[in-house]
Design a protein around this ligand. Structure first.
Ligand SMILES: Cc1cc2nc3c(=O)[nH]c(=O)nc-3n(C[C@H](O)[C@H](O)[C@H](O)COP(=O)(O)OP(=O)(O)OC[C@H]3O[C@@H](n4cnc5c(N)ncnc54)[C@H](O)[C@@H]3O)c2cc1C
Length: 464
């Protein structure tokens, strides 16, 4: 049942641009009870839109609640190699995104150090051969334009957008019964997906789900620069000296004329700089100024208006209940350096929707299927987050073997396991457990290497 006052329906700005073909309205729902919403999707970011598309394609009536339809500061521009396949399923091909100039090819990731040394990480040719047959290119995307394209698809499938914000969740045992919104709506439906992002994590709070954090709180500061010759890869810049904790800069060509450039450091570091009286722009300029690549770019731009966000990589357990699932960053946030956030959001959306579609006639998600979904979400997020912290951010392995080989130690298992996941789709219990075992083996290996390098570190040996 859908209950709300007619005047609280706010359809997307696209409606005003006349690109909503058949937006459902309050009156339609009132006039015909058969129109009642079957799935409420909270959050119209990547995970929420992808879930809305999957569900509406399967014939379910979907309401997507999103407070911010302007979508001004989307991040997540460098996609990993599994993302294009997931976008393809939603109706967006690599060729189309490139032709519409809202994406560029990403063929490699290059790590450049302050002392001029660099290394490119390129997916092994074996991934392009049987049995994997993987595409060896992926994309960088202009996220605001990609979001607009996805929103057109969502709306063209008859999904109803409600511009509003969920403020509380009503539960009964393991079920969600309704959500209440800022504008006073109470919305109930048989099924719910929480895709409200990491800051909100509505269902995780409502059900007090177990939470696991990885690494300290971090801050990202980023801006956009015009370029004439973008590269066909993501470039990461880091200091060549051996910092106790890694800071880094990204350069991502989001379209043929624009690069996104961002700086990631711990919240403590940025707080310290701010307390010294520096503005966010000054902090970004000072950091970029350390790399020759940005000297002329900085000179050519008199003022930058950087975006800023603060985040902590928090992952939740038990992200599936009787009639609800959590998808995207609301379930698990992966560190931006892994470039796996977009893939995770699209994957969760696809898997969560499939569980609802398969369970729609029995009224509840089978316990085992929900538990396996939770295990996959948490297992992969922990694998990426703990791996990047131990191997790259923290110093023992990086300082012992060098930052460039450490890049190999992180990327080879990360890329391989991600590809294996995409190819073998470990959905059932047996495959999920087998894949989980594989993740544990790699995580165990990284842990042992980390402890060994800590033991080898001069400071720890001196203390013995
Ligand atoms: C600095 C940074 C850089 C990144 N770079 C990359 C990258 O290069 N590659 C990559 O793959 N990933 C990257 N990521 C991660 C990627 O951006 C995210 O994983 C992905 O966009 C998550 O999508 P989502 O839909 O889960 O969450 P979001 O995009 O956060 O969407 C959540 C939506 O829910 C809405 N919402 C919030 N609260 C409520 C509420 N109470 N009621 C209703 N709606 C609500 C929000 O308005 C928002 O639209 C990066 C992340 C950060 C922080």
């Amino acid at each position: 049942m859908l209950m709300h006052a007619p005047d609280t329906w706010r359809l997307a700005p696209m409606e005003r641009n006349e690109i909503i073909p058949q937006a459902n309205t309050y009156e339609e729902h009132q006039a015909n009870p058969a129109n009642a919403i079957e799935v409420t999707v909270i959050g119209g970011g990547l995970a929420g839109m992808a879930a809305s598309i999957h569900l509406s394609r399967a014939g379910l009536r979907v309401l997507c609640i999103e407070p911010d339809l302007e979508d001004n500061s989307s991040v997540g521009e460098s996609l990993d190699w599994s993302a294009p396949g997931l976008l393809n399923v939603l109706g967006l091909t690599m060729d189309q995104l490139i032709a519409e100039k809202i994406a560029t090819y990403k063929r490699h990731v290059t790590l450049k150090l302050g002392d001029g040394i660099d290394r490119s990480y390129i997916p092994g040719a074996w991934l392009g051969r049987p049995p994997f047959n993987l595409e060896l290119r992926t994309l960088h995307v202009d996220r605001s334009q990609l979001n607009q394209l996805l929103r057109k698809i969502v709306v063209s499938q008859g999904v109803t957008f409600l511009q509003d914000k969920v403020v509380s969740v009503e539960t009964s045992g393991r079920r969600v019964t309704a959500v209440k919104t800022q504008l006073g709506n109470t919305i109930s439906s048989p099924w719910f997906i929480d895709a409200s992002g990491s800051a909100a994590s509505l269902f995780a709070r409502a059900f007090q789900l177990p939470a696991y954090e990885s690494g300290p709180r971090k801050v990202a500061i980023w801006g956009y620069f015009p370029v004439t010759t973008p590269s066909e890869g993501t470039t990461l810049y880091a200091d060549g000296v051996k910092p106790p904790y890694m800071e880094w800069v990204w350069e991502i060509p989001i379209n043929p004329d624009t690069i996104s450039v961002g700086y990631v450091a711990t919240g403590e570091t940025i707080k310290g700089r701010r307390q010294e009286g520096h503005t966010v722009e000054e902090i970004l300029r000072e950091k970029l100024g350390r790399f020759p690549r940005f000297e002329s770019l900085l000179r050519s731009i008199p003022a930058i208006s950087p975006s800023v966000t603060s985040f902590v990589c928090r992952m939740h357990g038990r992200v599936a209940g009787a009639n609800w699932l959590i998808a995207g960053e609301a379930a698990a946030m992966v560190d931006p350096m892994t470039a796996n956030g977009v893939t995770a959001a699209l994957r969760h959306a696809s898997e969560a929707s499939r569980l609802i579609i398969e369970s729609r006639h029995r009224g509840r998600i089978p316990y085992l299927a929900g538990a396996m979904y939770s295990r996959r979400v948490l297992g992969l997020a922990k694998f990426f987050n703990r791996g990047i912290e131990r191997v790259i951010y923290e110093s023992p392995i990086r300082n012992q073997i060098g930052v460039l080989p450490a890049g190999d130690v992180y990327t080879v298992p990360a890329w391989s396991l991600n590809s294996i996941y995409s190819h073998f789709r470990p959905h059932g219990a047996v495959k999920t457990l087998l894949f989980g075992f594989l993740l544990d083996v790699f995580r165990g290996g990284e842990y042992l290497l980390y402890q060994f390098c800590r033991w080898l570190a001069p400071s720890s040996r001196a203390a013995v």
